[in-house]
Design a protein around this ligand. Structure first.
Ligand code: PLP
Length: 519
């Protein structure tokens, strides 16, 4: 047996390559791959395509792309990946983001040529298997969330929220004939930032609900804010503190009595799979992030998938096309839904992501999904218990209430007593081989560190994380400078948080780089 790892002895050190850009490596005439048979076919096709494209729309000169060999490309991206941190290199406890292991069997399924080479314009008679996969996935997600129908079209959680609140808008307007009277969307102050953004994009006025002392929805504030102008309430449950809203029955009653609908932000279903369902809690609309709970890779902007589930009375408003199963078992695409909110994404959603999520659910089955949630919750509570006992850290809001899939630790005491902030802690964690938790969110917790281990991590790995927090606390009270000057062992150090997040100072393309260096 290997001896347990101790963060003090951690050998973690990121590679630091002086890696040029592909454009800088480019040598005219170099080529990455040559497939002779295909090349002839492409030439004859290109010849005929040339004739088909009107002269005015043809490119005058070939695009300026780097010319390099295949091995150069492989080494380039491998080196860049070694200068990065990923869930494949270490624990990545980014709360709310559910950075779980992406099982390789998902990739194998998605690479199946019968699925990966499909064209969205193919006749439905030639892709019955793909339609069946999507139809079944819809059924499974409906079952898991307690909804009556699901669309797989939205390409992200935020896109699912947007589709969901558009459905709520259409319901009040077209089904209930209430005109534009219901203008307000209620959103707790602990909500994910995409909630108010999606609701505002759909034309709603945002009414912010303050959290109670326990970090839950304040029932009196909710009662005071609900009325004939209320379109709905957007809620995350378990909420962003990681606590289950125990009053959810009463909350649903208040909103429904005022004529509003309940929207469930189900970006994180990781605590409740096979245990409780938004539909049974009284929610009318829910989105689910396949790239979080259902293990498809994410980060860097996509592709993701944010399916939306609705209750029976809202199914006619779902985006088109709907996947339909006929009596003879054949599948078709149904565009004939006059009250549909329309399309929210090209074609049918990010199909490759759907295949991965399907594989994940299929591999785990009903029992496996439930055990996944139980393990994720156990892991988060183990961390909440141990990290909150370390000097400088605490567990604000209902410290004696169990956490669900994540916990929010505050470094407020540490910052006051040593000057070491949550930001310093996050950077020092990198030196110890642990990716930073989500930080300064939710906004109601000062010096917040939101930790979500997921079910993927073993006890050994979680103990390493807890040990890293202990080490950082010891350092903060004895030698704070070592924490404040971290990270020391990453490829890049001393990052300027402001510049790193500011579009004006980032060079985002080769063209921008050329323009900036020409000056
Ligand atoms: C991640 C997340 C979202 C948004 O999902 P995206 O796919 O990033 O758009 C919304 N709400 C919560 C609680 C989340 O964690």
């Amino acid at each position: 047996m290997n001896p347990p790892r101790n963060p003090q002895e951690s050998k973690y050190h990121q590679a630091n390559w002086k890696e040029p850009l592909l454009f800088e490596m480019s040598v005219s005439g170099k080529i990455a791959h040559r497939l002779p048979a295909v090349e002839d076919e492409v030439k004859s096709l290109a010849g005929s395509l040339d004739a088909m494209i009107p002269a005015g729309m043809r490119r005058k000169q070939s695009p300026n792309l780097p010319e390099i060999s295949e091995l150069q490309v492989v080494r380039h991206f491998t080196r860049l990946s070694q200068m990065n941190f990923s869930v494949s290199s270490g624990i990545y406890p980014l709360g709310s983001c559910t950075m779980k292991y992406n099982p390789l069997i998902n990739e194998q399924a998605a690479l199946n040529p019968g699925l990966s080479w499909l064209h969205p314009y193919q006749d439905v008679s030639t892709c019955q298997g793909a339609l069946e996969l999507m139809w079944e996935l819809e059924q499974w997600l409906a079952e898991l969330s307690g909804m009556d129908a699901v669309t797989l079209q939205p390409p992200a959680g935020a896109a699912g929220e947007f589709a969901g609140v558009m459905i709520i808008r259409a319901y009040h307007k077209q089904v209930m004939n209430e005109g534009d009277q219901r203008k307000e969307m209620l959103i707790p102050d602990a909500a994910h930032g995409t909630n108010p953004a999606s609701a505002a994009m759909a034309g709603f006025k945002i009414v912010v609900l303050p959290s109670s002392n326990e970090g839950l929805v304040d029932l009196d504030a909710l009662k005071a804010a609900s009325g004939p102008q209320t379109a709905g309430l957007m809620l995350t449950n378990p909420n962003t503190i990681g606590v289950f809203e125990k009053d959810i029955g009463e909350i649903a009653g208040i909103v429904h009595d005022s004529g509003g609908l309940l929207y469930y932000d189900g970006a994180n279903l990781n605590a409740i799979m096979g245990i409780s369902r938004p539909g049974d809690m009284g929610f009318d609309v829910v989105h689910m992030n396949l790239h979080k709970t259902f293990s498809t890779p994410h980060g860097g902007g996509g592709p993701g998938s944010g399916p939306v589930g609705v209750k029976e009375k809202l199914t006619e408003l779902l985006p088109v096309p709907r996947i339909a199963k006929a009596k003879d078992g054949r599948f078709d695409l149904n565009y004939n839904l006059p009250r549909s909110i329309g399309k929210v994404h090209g074609f049918y959603g990010n199909f490759g992501v759907l295949v991965r999520a399907y594989t994940y659910i299929y591999a785990l089955g009903r029992e496996g999904l439930r055990r996944t949630s139980e393990t994720a919750v156990l892991n988060a509570n183990y961390i909440a218990h141990h990290v909150s006992q370390i000097r400088g850290f605490s567990l604000p809001y209902s410290p004696n209430t169990p956490r669900m899939h994540e916990c929010v630790i505050s470094a407020e005491n540490l910052a006051e007593e040593t000057g070491v902030t949550a930001m310093h802690v996050a950077k020092r964690l990198l030196d110890l081989g642990v990716h930073s938790p989500t930080m300064y969110f939710p906004l109601i917790v000062p010096e917040a560190l939101m930790i979500e281990p997921t079910e993927s991590e073993s006890k050994e790995e979680i103990d390493l994380l807890i040990g890293a927090f202990k080490q950082i606390s010891n350092e903060a009270y004895s030698n704070p400078d070592i924490v404040k000057s971290a990270p020391h062992s990453t490829a890049l150090r001393d990052l300027d948080e402001y510049r790193a997040a500011h579009p004006k100072t980032l060079t985002l393309s080769w063209r921008m780089h050329q323009k900036r260096t020409a000056k």
